[in-house]
Each structure stands twice: as C-alpha cells, then as structure tokens.
Design a protein around this ligand. Structure first.
Ligand code: 3NM
Length: 506
C-alpha cells in the first residue's frame, strides 16, 4: 500500500459518519466532495455498521474523488477494505487490530494512525511506528457515546509533552467535540512548548453542517490563522524585518570556519543579504562602515584568528554594526573556553548563538562538550529558559540556544520556538548558517535584537520545514539544496505578501 507520494497535511482531518443523526438523508460521497472543496486535508472513512460490500463500494467512490485533491483516504479499523480499495492507509483504535500487525500487512508506505487517550498508549504507538496519533476524546460528544475518557486540553498537552522526545516524527490531531467555536482555543491550549498539534479531527462540525463546504472552509481558516489571543506583537513584526532585509540587501560579513564558508555565503544571498567571507581583521574597519553585520564563528579558531576577531569586533562596535558570536564547540577544549572569555572581554556581541554545550560554556560551565555537537541535553526546559535569560541579562544582549526547540531571551523576554526539522541535524553547518541569517536580521531590527533573532530563527526554520517535505528531497544532500531554495522562497514570498506568517510560527 502506498501513500501516493502525498505530503500529508493534518490541519483539518475529516472523519465521516453515515448515521442518520449526523448525515441525515444526504449522500456521503457528495458530503465528502463538498468538504474537499472547502479544504479538508485528510479524510477517514468511518462506518461501524454497514456491510463489507457497502464499505468497499463507498470507499472506492470516495477514493476516486479524493485523488483529484491529492490528499489521502484512510479507512477506520478495516484493513481489508483499505486493501481492497488501494487507498493510502488506516486508522485503528485501541481495541482494533494491533499496530505492528497492521504495519506488516500494509507495508512501510501506508499511513497508519492510532487513537490514544493516555501517555502510555501514545508512547507505545510512537515506538511501534504510527504515522500520526488521534488524541482524545477531547470533549464528550454525542457523535461517539462509548468513549472511555475525556481528557480535555490539559490531558492532550500532557500526551504531547510525553511524546515530544520520542525521536520519531509522529504527527498529531485531537478529536471529540471540536467545532468552529472552540477550535482555536483547543489548538492554543493543547499545545506544549515542545510539541504542538498538527491539526484537528472533526465529524459533526462538517458532516452534520448544512453546508459542509462552507463549514470546512471556515474551520480551515480558523486552524491556519492563530487566534488574536495567541499572537504577540513581536510575531506580527517578523515579516517587516524579513522584507527590510530583502529591500536593503545588507552586507553579511562572515569571519567563519573553513567548513561552512561556501554554504554560509549561499545562505546569506538566499536570505537577502550580500555576503563577504573574510577572516582578515585588517579589512574589518572598511567593511564595518558599509552598514552590514558581522558574524564571528569560532569553528576553526587559531591564535591568529582570535586577533583578527578582536580587530573586527572593535571596528564593528565603533561603527555601530551588529555582531553575532557563534562560539562553535565552545565547551570542547580549553583553548575554546579561553577564546570565549577573551572575546567577551574584548567587545560587545549583540547576539550569542549556540547549542546547549556552547551556551553552557559561555555561561562559564566547565562541563565537557564532545566536539562541536551539543551532545545529549542535561537541562530541563525551565533550566534552559533560565540559562538563556541569565546569560542574556549578564551580557545585556540576546542569547539563542538552539536544539529541537530553541530557547532565546534578552534577559527579560524569554521565548521557545518549536519550528525546524530533524534533517537540520544531519547536515554540516546548519547552526553556523543560522547565525548568518540572524545577523542579517539584526541590520533590519537594530532596536530590538530579540525580534531580529526571532525573525532569523523563523525564516530559517520554516524554510527548513518546507524544504524537508519537498518531494525532491531524499535525504541530507538534497535537503541542503532545497533549504537554500526555500530560504530564498520565504524571502520572496514574504516580500510579496504571499506567506501566511502567523500560521507557520510555533
Ligand atoms: N473518535 P465530533 S471521538 C470518531 O475519542 C471519534 O477517539 C473519538 O465527533 C475518540 O467531531 C469521535 O462530532 C467523534 O465530536 C468525534
């Protein structure tokens, strides 16, 4: 069984119901077609009572319609029906066939979703290779009166938190009693800092609606646009920063390591800047007067290098140009620990960006970092937030700590950003070129460095998400090329006003 090569968008997941109380006397296939016109993004055919013959015939008709929309059809519970129809997968409940057997029968390409209500069920489903989880029951609902438990938004959040470090890219929707009135607050209140819902699943809000097309369209709009109560002033200002970079084409001066010079230059161009890659301190004064920003990346530090950095840092501090420090491998060697101390004493960095090991080294921790990778995290979310806040308050600047979730603070305001994609961890220099991206944003948001860091992170990580789901991306190699494309596309779409910024940021 194949998922048809579709990139599954779980934003608005329709579960069908054929009972007269919900469907009335309408034709299910017509109702599904109307909801597809309205914008549902996944359909699950669920019918607990009809004959196998009827199930197969209806599923076939739905599948024919849905294929025109390039979205997947999943069958509730009945693998035999899914196989007979050749659709994209199944949804199974806790009392149905077990996941491992379903996977064996349907193959690796099939989409298999599972209903979960508890942390244990969710962790087990993740471990067994579910593609997505239907978390519920959110609220009691007349559509399904035999639900075992209602867990509300707080219970959903606990499940999301528990699976956030599963190491698997498992998608999530919630289900039960969700409609146009509560959909936005459900998404907002259910989201954990570490993992958000990918969408909502509904039955009656669409199937029982007088006009399923309009109902689906209205729900999709609500899912795609974060509610007013969730938006912050900062987030609303992000597109303007990105646009300004595109309009002003600032110089991006990178004193960076040998490994990433080419990649960083390409990223600077894609994001809207004009790169100059030189590690020679003597040149810095002239360059610093051209209105750009400087990245000091200690990736391949040498005694000469340190002197060059100091010269450039001084030039930029005097000229007023922003400087970003990337203390690569800061906790790996005595030389690097001491280099950080020297650099911090020599001048001012507007932003310090690093992984957990590096930010710990900036803080002054003597913990050993293995190479330039951060290694396994030893800090809880609260400890990470406290660390970035304390270092930023000490330095009076902005500190960005990257990871599966990024923590950033200006000493007063502290944020967590959950965008990005696992493939960023599989390519060389992904952190370094993020530094280049943020440094360019600093030229466009000189008064609010935190806003610049948020803009840079979001531009970069949303581009990574788009790149990672492109059909032509087969792994880390093709991802690099796609990432550069999408950084460029995000810049272009933002400048043209074609990107729904508020719905992409997590
Ligand atoms: N599964 P409505 S709740 C099909 O908790 C289904 O697993 C649930 O219907 C679960 O959107 C449910 O009309 C019914 O409330 C949801």
């Amino acid at each position: 069984m194949s998922r048809g090569g579709y990139n599954v968008d779980y934003s608005l997941y329709l579960v069908t119901d054929s009972t007269p109380a919900i469907l009335g006397d309408r034709d299910l296939v017509n109702v599904v077609e109307a909801s597809l016109r309205g914008g549902v993004t996944v359909v699950q055919y669920r019918d607990k009572t009809s004959s196998t013959e009827h199930l197969i015939s209806t599923a076939r008709q739905i599948h024919q319609v849905i294929q025109q929309y390039r979205i997947p059809l999943l069958i509730n519970d009945r693998l035999d029906v899914a196989l007979a129809v050749g659709c994209e997968g199944v949804h199974i409940g806790q009392d149905d066939l077990d996941l491992l057997t379903a996977r064996r029968l349907l193959g690796d390409d099939a989409i298999i979703g599972m209903t979960v209500s508890t942390i244990d069920e969710a962790q087990k489903a993740c471990a067994e290779g579910a593609n997505y989880l239907g978390i519920g029951t959110m609220f009691s609902t007349p559509t399904k009166v035999d639900t075992k438990t209602t867990i509300g938004t707080a219970g959903t959040r606990k499940v999301l938190e528990a699976i956030s470090d599963s190491g698997k890219d498992v998608r999530t929707v919630c289900i039960g009693g969700i409609n146009a009135t509560n959909i936005q607050r459900v998404l907002f209140q259910s989201s954990a800092p570490s993992k958000s819902l990918d969408g909502v699943a509904v039955v009656s809000a669409i199937v029982a609606a007088k006009d399923p097309e309009k109902a689906a369209g209205d729900l999709l709009k609500l899912v795609k646009n974060p509610p007013c109560f969730a938006t912050t002033q900062l987030l609303q200002s992000v597109p303007a920063i990105i646009k300004k970079v595109g309009a002003t084409v600032p110089l991006s001066h990178n004193m960076t390591n040998l490994v990433v010079q080419n990649f960083a230059a390409s990223v600077a161009l894609a994001v809207g800047g004009s790169p100059i890659m030189t590690n020679y301190g003597e040149e810095a004064q002239d360059i610093s007067e051209l209105g750009g920003s400087l990245v000091i990346n200690m990736g391949t530090v040498t005694p000469d290098g340190l002197q060059n950095y100091a010269q450039a840092l001084q030039a930029y501090n005097l000229a007023g140009g922003p400087v970003l420090l990337d203390p690569v491998g800061g906790g790996a060697t005595i030389v690097r620990r001491s280099a950080i101390k020297t650099l911090l004493s020599m001048g001012y960095f507007d932003v310090i960006k690093g992984n957990e090991g590096e930010i710990k080294a900036v803080f002054g921790s003597m913990e050993q970092q293995k190479g330039v990778d951060s290694g396994p995290s030893t800090l809880s979310d609260i400890e990470k937030a406290t660390l970035v806040r304390d270092v930023a308050a000490r330095e009076r600047n902005v500190v960005v700590m990257t990871g599966a979730r990024d923590f950033l603070s200006d000493g007063t305001r502290t944020f967590v950003i959950s965008n990005g994609h696992g493939l960023l961890g599989k390519i060389t220099g992904s952190g370094c070129v993020l530094g280049t991206t943020i440094s360019l944003m600093l030229t466009a948001s000189r008064d609010d460095k935190l806003l610049a860091a948020i803009a840079g992170l979001l531009h970069y990580e949303i581009a990574a998400e788009i790149a990672a789901t492109r059909k032509d991306v087969q792994g880390p190699g093709t991802f690099v090329a796609a990432l550069i494309d999408e950084l460029y596309n995000v810049q272009k779409a933002t400048t043209q006003g074609n990107l729904q910024w508020m719905s992409g940021a997590k």
